[in-house]
Ligand binder design. Structure first.
Ligand SMILES: [Zn+2]
Length: 329
């Protein structure tokens, strides 16, 4: 890195909109050190997804929450963006939770407020397959249900980021029409650069920008290209979104897990319903870029013409802008 980009990175708010750790009360959260060592200021940790029973999501949330709250010298469980500012000023890592899919509600709208009270600040509607609220990206998407519409309004009301990643095309357009707040795709890449059902089309990117939302670019090799996590490829995704809707609608949700001793492909192969054949999930040795990609990526972004304000926006200020609205502060 040049001295100038090093300073920019050190001083910047660095926001990772989604971790890819498989949620379980047994996970050792000391792995969070990895993000902090790579310069992250804030991370949204997933505590559940539709593959799990809702009771297991609640148990994971309880375990993670207690672990974090027992270490106030290292972490801040954030309620709003002012808590992130305080955490940074004190050199602590700011955290909140997300849930991937509305099975976690068990059909009960009141659970949105319960999850919010426990630290969940971002929820996705479906995890690849349809559920009672929404359609998934690997399913025959029938759009947002009446229950799903009620969930959008309840999330807007209690103060949660509405997240369209993993949902089906039609469902995402319904969500973005329904929400009174900016909407995000926390970890999704453009289909125009790499054709994958988990990636998103230009009309979805435009609709997201129309809400003043943000697309978080995903670091997983099978969503970026042919298991390709090179800087050039990441930059191609970034440029596509920027050319389409502008730099203020881009961030990062690396979907990263530092548990590199696990073979993601082997885990995904156990549930071909959620991770269907023909979508590269069977790839052995799936590569995965995390926040360690940021220093060379910042140099590459600067070299390709983005200014300091654009880069600060990508690194965190764009997601912060959305969060300040969605979280009501
Ligand atoms: Zn995900």
């Amino acid at each position: 890195m040049t001295a100038a980009t090093q300073k920019l990175f050190t001083d910047a708010l660095v926001w990772d909109a989604h971790a890819g750790v498989f949620p379980s009360p047994q996970v050792d959260l000391n792995l969070l050190d990895h993000w902090q060592q790579q310069g992250a200021s804030y991370l949204s940790i997933n505590v559940g997804f539709d593959v799990m029973d809702w009771q297991d999501t609640l148990a994971t949330l309880a375990a993670y929450r207690n672990w974090i709250l027992a270490r106030p010298e290292r972490f801040v469980l954030v309620g709003d963006t002012t808590d992130i500012d305080h955490a940074r000023a004190e050199g602590k890592f700011a955290l909140s939770f997300d849930i991937e899919g509305m099975n976690a509600l068990d059909g009960n709208l009141d659970m949105v407020g319960v999850y919010h009270a426990l630290g969940v600040r971002q929820m996705l509607f479906a995890y690849n397959l349809n559920n009672a609220a929404a359609g998934g990206c690997h399913d025959d998407d029938r759009g947002l249900s009446e229950f799903g519409r009620a969930v959008v309004h309840e999330m807007n009301r209690v103060g949660m980021i509405v997240d369209c990643s993993h949902a089906g095309h039609r469902t995402t357009l319904d969500i973005m029409q329904e929400s009174d707040m900016p909407v995000v795709f926390s970890h999704s890449n453009p289909t125009a650069v790499w054709d994958h059902q988990r990636n998103i089309h230009d009309d979805q990117i435009r609709a997201c920008a129309d809400t003043d939302g943000v697309i978080g670019l995903n670091g997983m090799g099978i969503f970026l290209g042919d298991n390709d996590i090179s800087i050039d490829t990441m930059l191609r995704h970034l440029h596509h979104v920027s050319d389409l809707v502008g730099a203020r609608h881009i961030g990062f949700g690396f979907d990263y897990s530092p548990a590199l001793d696990i073979d993601i492909g082997a885990i995904l192969a156990t549930r071909p319903d959620f991770w269907p054949a023909g979508q590269q999930y069977e790839t052995r040795g799936i590569k995965h870029a995390g926040p360690e990609l940021l220093p060379p990526l910042i140099d590459a972004m600067a070299a390709s013409g983005f200014g300091d304000d654009d880069i600060r926006g990508f690194l965190g200020e764009n997601f912060r802008r959305v969060a300040a609205q969605a979280w009501h502060a």
